[in-house]
Design a protein around this ligand. Structure first.
Ligand code: ADP
Ligand code: MG
Length: 391
């Protein structure tokens, strides 16, 4: 799978024109939704905890036209698979192929909510690198749900749309994801990170701009995905559930750092380390939010570093490629770095002084070449606006 970063080949007007060429009519509108980077708060989402992602300046765009029948025609600008045609009445979990499972999953999920979904023609374009842990899948789903919410007049709130896309991913696509990605994609704002309480979906926008602080946020996509990722994720969730059960709380969110001494006496060694990651990570999210508001992004480096160490040693979801990216970026001048996303591959982030950017990029490329690894893709991201209508 290629994860090369490509700019949008088409702007909104271009996508609309492509739609007209392909479907013989102008679309009703063009919507976009971004991918996301998680600044901090990893594997805390399914523990009712805190996360701090931000929407990025890489987006999925859809041009959509409502039809008068129940036919759905889907086309994308990538690959040359042509138009996929299906019917709304036949949507069933586990049956859709490739990227089409994301828009179809959203249509299905809206049907499950009792929304009267019309047939549509849709063309998709995306600049979110896929499989890099930037949530290219949710970018598609959030663009589609935004379009359908408007076109059907369903009047869903952001919270409703978050749950609708989660249902699409969980029950139609079959990916056991939480609510972080879609919350960032739907609720993100330019120059801000999205502080999300996964227990009640409460969101606070926290100012986060690297540039005025003389920094850039680099993403290092290692392009590796280790085969034990799925099993590893399930095992981590089980450990967390066990930890909460033994501690007698609904979720690890309810365990605080000061409870850890007691936890170490109650839990087996492995479960304790898993719990310690989640508990300290929640604490680091809160500390990051506080620091961003009081001291700015230049102050959060040590928290990013501590997060990585916790994931590497306690939660054990890093991998040699991610560790190499993080360690090299730090040695070359980044002020903080961590793996981001579910782990076992994917991307790392490195908060880097502008004047050190070249040095960090070169050092990482060199280190990967020396280790005989696939050349990573390195690019900058900035906190961007969440889902919106373009045309
Ligand atoms: P992530 O969401 O972390 O990027 P996923 O495995 O959840 O990774 O989603 C990636 C899938 O989304 C791809 O396998 C593909 O089906 C679809 N997809 C997303 N963006 C694109 C794109 N630009 N080109 C082709 N497929 C895409
Ligand atoms: Mg995904």
């Amino acid at each position: 799978m290629s994860t090369a970063t490509v700019p949008h080949p088409l702007d909104a007007a271009g996508l609309s024109a492509r739609f007209a060429e392909s479907f013989g009519a102008t679309p009703d509108g063009v919507w976009q939704a971004p991918g996301r980077v998680n600044l901090i708060g990893e594997h805390t989402d399914y523990n009712d905890g805190f996360v701090l992602p931000f929407a990025i300046d890489k987006t999925a765009r859809v041009a959509v036209r409502v039809r008068s029948d129940s036919t759905v025609r889907l086309l994308s600008t990538f690959g040359d698979q042509g138009i996929t045609t299906t019917d709304l009445t036949t949507l069933k979990p586990g049956t859709a192929k490739g990227w089409t499972k994301y828009p179809l999953g959203v249509l299905w999920s809206l049907q499950q909510r009792g929304i009267k979904v019309p047939g549509i023609d849709l063309i998709l374009d995306s600049s979110v690198p896929l499989g890099a842990g930037l949530s290219s899948s949710h970018a598609i789903e959030c663009a589609v749900v935004s379009a359908l919410n408007e076109l059907t007049g369903a009047g869903m709130s952001d919270e409703d749309m978050v749950l609708a896309t989660q249902k699409a991913e969980n029950d139609f696509v079959g990916a056991p994801t939480g609510i972080m990605d879609q919350s960032a994609s739907l609720r993100g704002a330019k120059g801000h990170a999205v502080f999300l309480d996964c227990r009640d979906q409460h969101v606070e926008l926290v100012p986060f701009e690297a540039e005025p602080a003389g920094l850039v946020m680099l993403v290092i996509d290692t392009k590796v995905s280790h085969s034990h990722a799925d099993g590893g994720y399930a095992a981590r969730r089980e450990s967390c559930e066990l930890g909460a059960q033994v501690m007698g709380v609904p979720a690890l969110r309810d365990v605080s750092v000061s409870d850890l001494t007691e936890a170490s006496g109650l839990l087996d060694e492995l479960t304790f380390r898993r719990v310690r990651h989640v508990v300290t990570e929640n604490d680091r999210v809160l500390a990051t939010v506080e620091l961003l508001s009081t001291a700015g992004p230049a102050a959060i480096g040590p928290l990013l570093d501590a997060s990585h160490v916790s994931m590497r040693d306690d939660f054990e979801i890093s991998c040699p490629e991610l560790d190499l990216a993080v360690d090299t970026a730090r040695s070359a001048g980044a002020i903080g770095a961590r793996m981001t996303g579910g782990g076992f591959g994917g991307a790392a982030i490195a908060l880097t002084p502008v004047e050190k950017e070249r040095q960090v990029r070169d050092a990482v490329l060199k280190a990967f070449a020396r280790a005989g690894l696939t050349t990573p893709d390195i690019f900058t991201v900035t906190p961007a606006q969440g889902a919106l209508r373009l045309l």
